[in-house]
Every structure is written in C-alpha cells, then in structure tokens.
Design a protein around this ligand. Sequence first.
Ligand code: GRF
Length: 212
Amino acid sequence: MIAINAKRVAVLVSGGGSNLQALIDGIEERQIPAEIVLVAANKPGVFALERAAKHKIPTAVFPPEDFYSPEEFGRALLHLLEKKQVDLVCLAGFTIILAPVFLQAFPNKIINIHPSLLPAFGGRGMYGIHVHRAVLASGAKYSGATAHIVTTEIDKGPIVCQDVVPVKDNDTPETLAARVLKTEHRIYPRALKLMAEEAVEIDGLRTRIKEY
Ligand code: GRF
C-alpha cells in the first residue's frame, strides 16, 4: 500500500543500483512516504534495471549518445519525468552530469549520494573508485558518505545527511569503498525520507531538519 501523501520519485542510475535497492527497501518497509514511479538508466543492461523490474517499477533507458547535446538529453529526460508527474529525483550512482535545463526544472528536488565527506573529495572526476584512491592518497583518517541536494555546481549543494567512516591502515580503495557503501545505504533512504516529508529547510548551504 502506498501512503496517501507519497511523493512520486524517479531514480537515475548507471550501474549496480545498490543505493536504488536501499531506497526500494526503505519504501517497502514503509519508512519513506514515497513511490518510485520510474528508474531511468543511461545504459542498457545495468543491474539496477533488473532490480527495478523485480519490484515492478517502470524503467527507461536514455543513452546520451542518442542525443545531440547534454541539453537535448536533459530535455528528453525532463519530458518523461513530467509525464510521470515526478516530485523528487534521486541520483543513485548516476554518472551523467545533468544540464541546467533539467536541474532548473526541479529546484531543490534532486538529491545525490556521494561516497565522501563533501565538500572534500567532490567535483568533476571525483566518482567511484577515484574518490577512495584520493582519500587514501591524502592520508585522511576518516572518509564518509554524503547525501546532498543537487545544484549546477557539482557536489556542492546543501547537505541533507552525512556520516563518517574510519579509514583503516590496511585499506585499499576497494575495501574503503565497500565500507563507505554500507553507510550510503543507511543515509540515502534517510535523506529521501526527510525530503519526502518536506522536513528539510534550506538556508544557503546549510540545511535544518524541521521539528515534526
Ligand atoms: C556509490 O558509491 C555512489 O556513492 C556513487 O556511485 C556508487 C553507486 O553504487 N555515486 P550503486 O549503483 O548504488 O551500487
């Protein structure tokens, strides 16, 4: 059963979709007043699409190479999301940088999960294993995960949820990535829940959780 005030959510994916799964589980456990009405991927055959299909969630595939420009790609995606009456968008391991035309259509309604303690180790080129390599190379003793609102500045939007993950002396980028991923799965559903409940107050780069 779907909550009466459930927000209609689109999740954009590019890979395995373990964060998508965490969102699906949170919704199915009735922790989040939301319904995923679309999972869109930028490439066919990714496991995230299988996860969606297993839960009977409609899917779409948008290969950027089918479009003349990032703007055209953004407009096509926007058109579909508008048709589906989407309220909130979750980027879950989505590797495409979305054009302003798309971002501006959903002001403060798009969230992303990033595998570091932003604003550290974010920005262009900081994705996937590159992030964890950079964290280890820096000598930092803590990394973490950040769920944030997406703006036109990459990885610089207001932070909704964040948590730390210790770096161990014998970590490799892969072992650190695995530990951080577990934290992503914990905080991303919480971020979606807060957004779906309209509990996030934004003040510049700061957010506050409304008392309710
Ligand atoms: C996660 O580490 C996420 O932070 C990053 O891409 C990875 C996606 O993993 N943006 P998955 O597809 O959710 O398993």
